[in-house]
Design a protein around this ligand. Sequence first.
Ligand code: FNR
Length: 181
Amino acid sequence: MERNMNILAISGSLRKQSANTMLMQAMIELAPATLNFQVYDQLNDLPHFNPDFDVDDGPVSVQHFRTQLKQADGVLICTPEYGNGIPGVLKNALDWIVSSGEWVNKPTVVIAASPSPLGGNQAHTSILLTLNMINAHILDDASFTIPYITMKINKQGAITDPDTKKALQNSLLRLAGVCST
Ligand code: FNR
C-alpha cells in the first residue's frame, strides 16, 4: 500500500508561457492520487545567495523556501537549459540549501525540457551534480531530458506525444512508489 506524499514542484523557468512550467502542471495532473503537490513559484523572490546574509534564520523568502522543502516528502523539478547550464534562479535556490540541509535524502525527480534536439542535457547533468552534493535522493530512473518539447506539448499545456506522456506517468509512479510500505 502506498502512503500519501507531499511533493514540492519547482519550475526552473520564470517565463509566463514556459514549456517547463506547463510540463510541471501536466505532470501534476497525470500523477497518482497519492501524490499531493505544492507548487513553489517564488524563485524570483529569493535574494542572490550570499553567505553573509545566511545568519540567524536568514532572509524571510529563504525561510519560506526552506520550510516548504522541509515539509515536502519529495521534490519534482522541471527545468530549461540556458547557456548550457541551469537557469541562474534555480541554481541560486539550490545554493541557499547547500548548508541548511532540508533536501538531504529527499526523493527528487528532475526533468529538463528544451526545444533543442539535446533536451537540455547539460542543465540536467549540472543540476544533478549540485543535487548530489546536497545529498538529495535523486531518482535516476525517473529523471530524464525531453528534446523537442514544443512538439510534444501544445499551447494549452496538454502532452500530445504518447511516449512522453507514458514516460512521465512512469516517472510519477516511481516517485509515488518510493515510500510504499
Ligand atoms: C536558451 N535556450 C537553450 N536551450 C537549450 O537547449 N540549451 C541552451 O543552452 C539554451 N540557451 C538559451 C539561452 C537563452 C538566453 C535563451 C533565451 C534560450 C532555449 C530554451 O530552451 C527555450 O527558450 C525554452 O523554451 C526555455 O524554457 P521554458 O521557459 O519554455 O520552460
